[in-house]
Design a protein around this ligand. Structure first.
Ligand code: SF4
Ligand code: SF4
Length: 356
């Protein structure tokens, strides 16, 4: 960073370099902030005259990717679970397998084969296999845990990177930048790949994943409102907004993770953190399993396969929620916090910048 600060050749590429230029020294907190501001487009590596084989060996995207992974573990709550980040691919696989087995085994233990493989239709069909109250208790509990764990982690990250407060305008500005992934294009039309050419594929597939996830979340939230507010019980007709939101979200969560997995294979290994690969691939595969099992359940919900498919889908979703605070999912929150800080700092005179 000290070399970059003297060079400043990359200052137009993204938010990292203007934020860096506000600092003369770089504490651990400052570096964590800058690392999470970086979107890993790779542009500064290809632009750099001091990149390897130059003796300075400057490689901003790689160093920041490693720092980001460290910052997730350092801020994790509770700290005793921080090591999960290091073996994340394995953790996610085990959690998914155990949760799916638990739900399928549970369904098998509670119901006889005749009920499990019967055709259940009409309002409340799902709840004949798993009572609504049990579903709410299990998923409400794991959702609450994930929310608290992530909120406390972000609080630690915020304090580590300088603390202080931001305005609503800063938060909204950060939201606009995050929603469009403005800094994922390196100011050159996309991320750099192994063929040394920028393209926008990663941004497109990231949008599919992110907005697909939001639509699925909206679908689940609306279903909760319909169930508790109006007494309308799932499964719903295909034209119900709950189903439509779920279908479009599910398709986004299929297309996005598949595209990101393919884009990952084409990335230049020089600019990524090889240690984080398990975490990234594990998360994308979990999203893929969630959407694929959900869409399959929708298609086959009036057949005798519904019971096993429902158990599998619930198991995968449960594992996904459980591992949310200790995997790639948290990157969105850390980056959003860094963008909000950047929006705030950008309005201040240089001397007003906090150095966490
Ligand atoms: S990455 Fe290289 S070219 Fe860019 S500012 Fe740093 S030293 Fe200069
Ligand atoms: S990799 Fe891209 S986002 Fe990260 S610092 Fe370099 S230009 Fe900025």
């Amino acid at each position: 960073m000290t070399i970059c600060n003297a060079c400043r050749y990359c200052e137009g590429l993204c938010a990292v370099f203007p934020a860096m230029e506000r600092r003369r020294t770089f504490s651990d907190g400052s570096l964590e902030y800058l690392a999470n501001l970086c979107h890993s487009c790779g542009a500064c590596y290809y632009a750099c005259q001091y990149a390897p084989p130059h003796e300075f060996a400057i490689n901003v995207p790689k160093v920041f990717a490693e720092l980001r992974a460290e910052s997730y573990a350092r801020s994790a709550w509770p700290q005793v679970l921080a090591p999960l980040f290091r073996k994340n691919g394995l953790v996610i696989t085990l959690a998914a397998a155990i949760a799916a087995a638990f739900f399928i085994g549970g369904f098998g233990a509670v119901h006889d084969a005749e009920t499990l493989f019967a055709v259940h239709t009409g309002p409340g069909a799902f709840y004949r296999l798993m009572p609504h109250d049990v579903m709410v208790t299990l998923f409400g509990g794991v959702f609450l845990f994930a929310t608290v764990a992530i909120a406390l982690s972000i609080r630690t990250f915020w304090n580590t990177t300088g603390g202080g407060s931001v305005t609503l305008t800063d938060v909204l500005n950060a939201g606009q930048v995050a929603a469009t992934l403005r800094y994922l294009d390196g100011n050159r039309g996309g991320c750099m790949n192994e063929d040394d050419q920028p393209n926008d594929r990663r941004r497109f597939y990231h949008h599919c994943t992110f907005y697909g996830f939001l639509l699925c979340f909206a679908s689940t939230s609306l279903a909760t409102i319909l169930h508790n507010g109006l007494g309308w019980h799932a499964p719903y007709a295909w034209y119900n907004p709950v189903v439509l939101l779920g279908v479009f979200g599910g398709i986004g969560l299929l297309v996005g993770p598949v595209g990101l997995l393919r884009a990952k294979r084409r990335r230049d290994l020089n600019v990524v953190d090889a240690q984080a690969r398990g975490m990234e691939v594990g998360f994308l595969v979990m999203l893929l399993l969630t959407s694929a099992s959900g869409l399959l359940l929708l298609v086959l919900r009036t057949t005798s396969a519904m019971g096993v498919l429902l158990a599998f889908h619930l198991g995968v979703v449960f594992a996904l929620f459980l591992t949310f605070p200790y995997g790639k999912f948290v990157h969105g929150f850390y980056r959003y916090a860094a963008l909000a800080r950047f929006a705030h700092e950008s309005k201040l005179p240089i001397s007003g910048t906090s150095d966490g």
